[in-house]
Design a protein around this ligand. Structure first.
Ligand SMILES: N[C@@H](CCC(=O)N[C@@H](CS)C(=O)NCC(=O)O)C(=O)O
Length: 211
């Protein structure tokens, strides 16, 4: 699929944009990336993407927000290598893991952003994140990827969140598990994740943290 076929509205610091970038790269697709005109949430951007959120994909006039929906849609139209496995149960499990990362783990990590360069992290916020990390360990299989033998839909989100956790652990001096290994070691995902790690470090420095 040529680069002009897919436009991704994205911002450098967004974890969900990193997730979709990794997914597109794992699929072997080309895309054009644009910042949301006027910034996300702006009236100008909402004229293109009614939700006003990033990431959003535009494919030949078809506009789609929500990271999982974007990656699952591309799977369904056969664009690039599949990110979902072959059987209904395995696909359902991959979707459930991806939703867990997006709706539990990432929000618990995001809740610590307010403390970067500021007040100490309250114990209940730290414990909520650690609880979700424990759940993730219980849900994950023995291999390096949530998706099984290779990186799949849930790994796209986890790779991105792993970079956020690495930054938070470092700047907030929290003993969080290092989950960055499989993503950074992957030849296709790794370069995107290293770029994202740099963006997160700059963001933390901008908040006054010793990053
Ligand atoms: N569930 C959405 C979450 C996307 C999201 O929260 N994006 C943030 C940036 S990381 C955003 O656009 N926030 C602006 C807003 O919510 O208005 C997804 O998976 O794409």
């Amino acid at each position: 699929m040529a680069a002009t076929d897919l436009t991704l509205y994205a911002t450098p610091v967004s974890v969900y944009c990193c997730k979709v970038r990794v997914g597109l790269a794992l699929k072997g697709l080309d895309w054009t990336e644009l910042p949301p005109p006027g910034g996300y949430g702006s009236a100008e951007y909402r004229e293109i993407v009614p939700q006003g959120t990033v990431p959003a994909l535009v494919q030949e006039g078809f506009v789609l927000a929500e990271s999982d929906a974007i990656l699952e849609y591309l799977d369904e139209i056969g664009a690039g290598a599949p990110l979902l496995p072959g059987t209904p149960r395995a696909r359902a499990r991959a979707r459930a893991l991806s939703r867990f990362v997006d709706t539990r783990l990432e929000p618990a990590a995001r809740a610590l952003f307010a403390f970067v360069g500021g007040a100490p992290v309250p114990g209940d916020r730290r414990d909520a994140l650690l609880r979700h990390l424990d759940t993730l360990s219980a849900l994950a299989g023995p291999g390096p990827y949530l998706g099984g033998d290779g990186p799949a839909l849930p790994d796209c989100g986890l790779f991105a969140v792993a970079e956020v956790l690495a930054m938070l652990g470092r700047v907030l001096r929290l003993p969080l598990p290092d989950l960055t290994g499989p993503g950074r070691a992957h030849p296709v995902a790794g370069p995107h994740l290293r770029t994202y790690a740099g963006v997160l470090t700059d963001w933390a420095k901008g908040k006054g943290a010793a990053a």
